[in-house]
Ligand binder design. Structure first.
Ligand SMILES: [Zn+2]
Ligand SMILES: [Zn+2]
Length: 168
């Protein structure tokens, strides 16, 4: 995904991209095309880019290990300057220094990084996912198992422990 900036007039320009996830080295969890809508404001000494990324992927639930689909969306900003003196107080993470001879801005790397950033740290198929039984491994979203009661009843576990301690 490249934007030609040579002879770009001052003002706001809009671009739309659709890219294969593997082309920008996103892993196989991302199965749908990555859509990127870009607004690029060209000023004399800076270029201000806002990117809106949308895609979706299939992820394994942290609790029950089942696959589930999830839409991923994130916006990001990037400021391009030819000279650090024109950076102002722009956050380093949102700043790229380019050469005056640069003809093209390549946004692949930024889109890849921000897409990965948009994946939640905790991946749950649903908020109240019941997970797997720690004893028999049954997926408790789909079935119940006979060990269920002991697992989730802390009082019962406590009583059992007491009994063991008393017996000693
Ligand atoms: Zn789950
Ligand atoms: Zn079980």
């Amino acid at each position: 995904m490249k934007i030609n900036i040579s002879n770009l007039s001052e003002g706001v320009h809009e671009y739309q991209f659709e890219e294969n996830p593997s082309t920008i080295e996103l892993d196989e969890r991302f199965s749908k095309p990555v859509l990127v809508q870009v607004e690029l404001e060209k000023r004399r000494r800076q270029l201000f880019l806002t990117g809106h990324i949308k895609t979706s992927g299939r992820f394994a639930c942290d609790r029950c290990c089942d696959d589930f689909g999830k839409d991923i969306g994130i916006d990001y900003r990037m400021t391009y300057v030819y000279d650090m003196n024109d950076a102002g107080d722009t956050d380093k993470d949102e700043l790229t220094v380019i050469q005056t001879s640069t003809n093209e801005i390549d946004i692949d790397e930024d889109v890849r990084e921000y897409t990965l950033l948009a994946v939640p740290l905790k991946l749950l198929c649903r908020e109240n996912c019941a997970g797997l039984c720690s004893t028999c491994g049954a997926n408790l979203n789909k079935e119940t198992c006979s060990c269920l009661k002991e697992d989730i009843d802390p009082d019962l576990v406590g009583k059992k422990l007491k009994k063991i301690v008393n017996n000693n």
